[in-house]
Each structure stands twice: as C-alpha cells, then as structure tokens.
Design a binder for this molecule. Structure first.
Ligand code: NAD
Ligand code: ZN
Length: 382
C-alpha cells in the first residue's frame, strides 16, 4: 500500500515523494482525538515503541522524569522495545483486576514520592486496561495531576480503554467507583505487542470490538462476521484495520461528549449487567466476558420489548459465540444481579439505565425497562 506512493510524481504542495509517502503513512497510522486544548494523537502501527522517544517529544513531552507503570509479564516480554532512557523509572504493579485498587494506588503514590517525581514528571502506562486505568488514576491525582501517556499492550486496551480519558480504581462496593477524567497526551498502540497476547486475553478485546460495531458501525459488524478466521489468526492487516476503526469510533464518541453528558453513555452497551457480573463473581468473570453476556442480555431485552428483530438478536449472539465469548448469565440469583445493578454509577436515583440495540449498528439509552422482564431474562439460560 505504501509503496504505491513512491510513484507519486505530481504533488501540488511541492513535496518530495519521500515527504508525500511519510505524510500518507502518518495519515494511515494515526487517529486524532479532538478535544480542544486536550486533543491528542493515537498512533497505531508496528515498530512504534522503538520510536517512542521522538513521539513523546513531538507531543511536547520532554519531562525531567518518566514513571513507566507496567505489568511484570509485559515488561519481561516487551520492555526491551523501549529505547534506553536515563530519565525513566519503572514501576511494576501486580496483575489482576483485584489490583486495580486504592491499595495499589497508595503504593504508587509512595513509590513516586520516594523516586522524587514532581509536577514536571510524566507517567507512561505500559500494559492492559488494568495498568492503564490504575496508572491513569494515580497520574490524575498525584500532586493534582501529571502528564499521562498510554502505551496499551492488550487488544482491549488498544481498541478501547487507552482512548477517552476515563481512569479509575475499583472499590469492593462497585467497579470503577473512584476515578477521574484524565486524558492522555499521547497514545502509542504498538501492534507488535499483540503477538504474545494469550488467546483468552485476545477474546476480551473482541468483546469491546463487537460493542463498538453494535452501537455505531453495521459495516464493521459484517466485517467481523466475514473475517472471523483472519481475526482469530491475528492477520496483521485485519488487526491494523480493527484497531484503527475501533479507535476512530471511540474517538468520535468521546470528542462529541467527553464527560458523558449524553452520547458517550452508548459506550456502556452491555456494561450495566457486565459490571454487576464482575462484582458478583469477584472478577473471576473477566470484563470482556462479562460485557459479552451483558450485550446478549440487552439484545434479549430489546427483542422482548419489541425494539430489535429476533433475527438480529440471534445474529449478535452467534457473532459473540463465534469468537468464543459467553452469552448466558452464570448461575447467580437474578435479584442479586439487579441489586448490584441499582448501585452502579450509571443508575440515576436508583433507576436502571440500559443501552439497548434497536438495530445492529444503532442503540438507544432506556430507563424504563420493567424489572420483572429483566429478572426473567437474567434468570433464563436462553
Ligand atoms: N478506561 C476505560 O475506558 C476502559 C474501557 C474498557 C475496559 N476498561 C478496563 O480495562 C480492564 C481490562 O483490561 P485488559 O483486558 O487489558 O486486562 P489486563 O490489563 O488485566 O491485562 C490482562 C493480562 O494480560 C497480560 N498481558 C498484557 N499485555 C500482554 C501482551 N502484550 N502479551 C502477553 N500478555 C500480556 C497481562 O500480564 C495481564 O495479566 C478492566 O479493568 C476494565 O474495567 C477500561
Ligand atoms: Zn468495557
């Protein structure tokens, strides 16, 4: 694709073919998140981490110190991709959703103090969504906020959590209860890191990809249906396309509604039920699987309330299952799930809000789903 540009001889701006090729590559490998003075660029490409130094500089980040927060396994596998940097201090945090916690945040505050990080320092999150949410939350609150960079290494983090500025830690009472909006200054999604991702982790990301397709993009939904093998085999062109398209969708929604006054709520499709399942299974059910079940439940509720054609609900369930994702709630008391859902921060005055598909590619936010219907769908194994 890029080689075609070498033949370009006519360029009205008077640039050399090399400059045109570089500009084209730049256009093909970046997505801009438009947020006024908080705008930033998401880079999506192979070989990006080796160029991290210049990417940081181009974004105006020349801090005196950099705290790189990472997952031990990620650091072991991919730490060597970063250029050596005497200004960098590495802070590994233990893996797992249970460690997206105030306790780990507190360890980081202390460790950063001891390492002498100050307001001119920057924070880089290098790992999956757990590392990104935790490091971002600590970056947002330490000394009232440090510059923050996301370098996501899971499919889920590259297509979703690294973009949009939501950062948080969990509390025993609710998922993501303690958090902030803290946009990154730059996102570096190096596709090379995905090669080592375990299959189960890869599926986690596919769940958020299906979410984006259902809320905004019927064409991508079709692509997912027709390219299942390429996707599962992590064909480089398929991965590049998917990460880019998903970042575009997320960026568009976030640019229109940074703080979730309206539109951004559609990104919670599958998440009201999903978060309840995560809490009730104490995170033994991972986020992607939990929202996969949440999306299937939402589709059934949409079908039962006459919003979604039964064939479309089936199509969504088939797509999720085709990726090896679950679509039936685990054996938990439906009343318990409902109780936790009412405590979710997406509920308003205890009134549940659900994002329901009205077609595959379009959703609406609904707050009048009868609880009896929800209990029935949650209790059914379909
Ligand atoms: N902030 C947001 O907008 C947002 C959006 C979606 C999800 N999330 C959050 O993201 C979290 C889930 O993130 P996740 O699915 O990335 O899980 P994760 O961060 O827990 O990572 C999962 C595991 O993958 C391993 N890993 C990561 N990258 C690897 C690589 N390249 N090669 C090999 N192993 C690798 C790690 O060791 C880790 O144990 C949840 O807490 C969820 O709430 C946040
Ligand atoms: Zn999610």
């Amino acid at each position: 694709l890029y080689d075609a540009t070498a033949d370009l001889t006519v360029d009205t701006t008077g640039r050399t073919p090399e400059e045109v090729a570089a500009a084209l590559r730049e256009a093909l490998t970046t997505v801009r998140v438009d947020l006024g003075e908080r705008s930033y660029t998401v880079h999506i490409d192979t070989g990006l981490l080796a160029r991290a130094g210049s990417l940081l500089e181009e974004s105006g980040l020349a801090p005196t110190r950099r705290a790189l927060v990472t997952n031990p396994r990620v650091w072991e596998l991919h730490g060597g991709r970063w250029p050596a940097d005497p200004r960098r201090v590495v802070f590994p945090v233990p893996a797992g959703e249970r460690n997206k916690s105030l306790r780990q945040a507190s360890h980081l505050y202390r460790a950063w103090m001891e390492a002498g990080l100050d307001r001119r320092s920057a924070v880089v999150a290098f790992g999956g969504g757990q590392v990104g949410d935790l490091a971002g939350f600590v970056a947002a609150t330490y000394m009232r906020g440090l510059d923050f960079v996301q370098a996501p290494t899971t499919l889920l983090a590259q297509v979703d959590s690294s973009v949009g500025g939501k950062v948080a830690v969990n509390h025993p009472a609710a998922k993501n209860l303690v958090g902030a909006f803290h946009q990154p200054r730059l996102v570096i999604a190096d596709l090379d890191t995905l090669a080592t991702l375990p299959a189960a982790e890869f599926r986690e990301g596919l769940a958020e990809i299906v979410k984006h397709a259902v809320i905004r993009d019927a064409r991508m939904l079709e692509y997912l249906e027709t390219h299942r093998t390429e996707i599962r085999e992590r064909n480089p062109a398929a991965l590049r396309h998917l990460v880019r398209r998903n970042v575009e969708i997320k960026a568009a929604v976030v640019s229109a509604d940074e703080r979730e006054a309206g539109l951004r709520a559609i990104l919670n499709f599958g998440h009201t039920v999903g978060h309840a399942l995560e809490i009730l299974t104490r995170h033994r059910l991972r986020h992607g699987r939990a929202i996969s079940i949440g999306m299937a439940v939402a589709a059934r509720v949409a079908e039962r309330t006459g919003r979604l054609a039964p064939a479309e609900a089936k199509r969504l369930v088939r797509l999720l299952r085709g990726f090896g994702l679950p679509t039936s709630p685990p054996a938990l008391a439906p009343e318990e799930m409902l109780r936790v859902m009412r405590a979710d921060k997406k509920a308003i005055a205890g009134r549940l809000r659900l994002v329901l598909p009205v077609a595959l590619g379009r959703v609406e936010v609904v707050d009048d789903v009868p609880e009896s219907l929800l209990l029935e769908v949650l209790g059914g194994s379909d």
